[in-house]
Design a protein around this ligand. Sequence first.
Ligand SMILES: [Zn+2]
Length: 112
Amino acid sequence: MWDKELSHELAQILKVIADPPDLQPHPQNSWSQVFDGGVIEVMTGLTTFKFSDGARAVYGTGTNFGLSVTLASGEKVSIDIECRLCVMCGRRIRNHVKYCRHCGAASNKPDD
Ligand SMILES: [Zn+2]
């Protein structure tokens, strides 16, 4: 069951993803950045936030169209973005957008 503690933990993670504190380039490689409290890695369409307490947050363009979070305890939480398939190119696009960002086709939203 969802609880207040989980909300607080996720809120902290989402806040960092939205605006990583003290964000800087990684000293050793070009695909990572460091922030106060962890590292961000960007590889093969996946962005991974690795927090120093062991938590992880991953989002990308792959099969998981949303955010996957592994809390420091190991518990996993997913946040999914409601989406639909583009009538022209068949790729997944966010439900609320008017044009496909892949091919530019106009919306096929049922309520348009
Ligand atoms: Zn399309």
